[in-house]
Ligand binder design. Structure first.
Ligand code: TXA
Ligand code: MG
Length: 315
């Protein structure tokens, strides 16, 4: 299959509306989209990514009004969170409407819905003939793609089109909050922090850590994620390990000595934005060990810490 690379949101939407698979930029990470009314394209998404079919997809909409196409019910709490954070880097889990097929939700009766803020994403989604199911645009198990070149690296020849855009501004996937229970529960940390969610709905909690063998509410969280080839070693800020092999470092503090590749970030936002791109760059440079400074757990730091721990946990 030939992958068309375009910077026209209209052209990309025309391709999707013909039942095809199109990657597109968002402010979190790039998404790999198929219209929810095109079951074959949705199946094709799982194949293109090599994604297990029990891992549900997030449905993307261009406006708050479109949420009603995919959600069966919107609770008061969900409405308030939507008013606070849509469009933006937040996914809300609702009871699903009948229009959303089980192939999108991996059999669940709930659906995660996100309305991105990115202007190119919004233009693209507004030209699509239905809401768009989209996982992150990476091969399963790889770090999420934060540039169109990273999408091409993973998926060239496996998808129909890539809508080009700038590198993703946030660089980590959206916060996921489940609004199907008695009070909102944050299932995945992201750029919308727990504190921000609580400032709108005070009863919001973070999902407690899983017990051994327990199934997570967010099925994707059981899979290895965000992982480069190298071994990831989290270190405290300012620690100076003695590197073995070809080592790399990313963090805000000055790097330890003896690193083959270094990224010192001016703040936590830059660290978050750079992480996945850095992981991919480390693979290209055949790095064997990556030292990641442990961020504080406030604000975006919680999401960053989560991704670093997941990447460290896969080996
Ligand atoms: O920022 C993002 O969220 C990006 C962009 C493209 O929007 N998307 C993304 O999708 O990260 P993906 O498929 O890589 O991660 C989606 C996560 C998975 O862990 C999945 O299990 C969870 O969302 N999820 C999807 N639907 C769900 C649902 N109904 N209930 C609980 N978790 C759900
Ligand atoms: Mg993903």
């Amino acid at each position: 299959m030939q992958t068309c690379i375009t910077d026209s949101a209209e052209e990309a939407a025309r391709i999707l509306n013909a039942g095809k698979i199109v990657a597109f930029p968002t402010e979190t990470v790039y998404g790999l989209g198929a219209g929810i009314d095109f079951p074959e394209a949705v199946e094709g998404l799982f194949r293109a990514k090599g994604r297990p079919s029990d891992n549900p997809l997030i449905v993307h909409v261009s406006s708050v009004e479109q949420v009603e196409m995919a959600a069966a019910r919107v609770t008061t709490d969900a409405r308030r969170l939507m008013e606070g954070f849509f469009p933006g880097p937040l996914t809300i889990v609702f009871p699903k409407s009948p229009r959303v097929r089980h192939s999108v939700t991996a059999g669940l009766e709930t659906v995660g819905i996100r309305c991105p803020r990115h202007p190119v994403a919004r233009l693209f989604l507004s030209r699509c003939c239905c809401p768009v199911a989209a996982p992150s645009a990476n091969r399963s198990g790889r770090p999420s793609a934060t540039t169109w070149e990273a999408v091409r690296e993973d998926l060239d020849g496996r998808i129909d089109a890539i809508l080009k855009g700038e590198p993703s501004r946030i660089g980590l996937e959206s916060t996921i909050v489940d609004c199907t229970g008695p009070h909102p529960v944050m299932l995945r940390a992201g750029a919308v922090s727990l504190e921000e969610l609580q400032s709108i709905v005070a009863s919001t909690t973070a999902a407690r850590p899983l017990e051994e063998g327990e199934t997570p509410k967010s099925p994707g969280l059981k899979y290895p994620h965000y992982a480069p080839e190298a071994e990831i070693i989290p270190i405290e800020k300012g620690d100076m390990p003695s590197p073995e092999g070809r080592a790399a470092y990313i963090g805000t503090a000055p790097p330890p000595r003896g690193m083959a590749f270094v990224e010192q970030c001016i703040d936590l936002e830059t660290y978050a934005r750079s992480l996945f791109h850095f992981f991919r760059e480390c693979d290209r440079r055949a790095i064997s060990t990556i030292y990641c400074e442990l961020p504080p757990t406030a604000g975006i730091g919680r999401a960053l810490l989560d991704r670093i721990k997941r990447a460290a946990g896969h080996k």
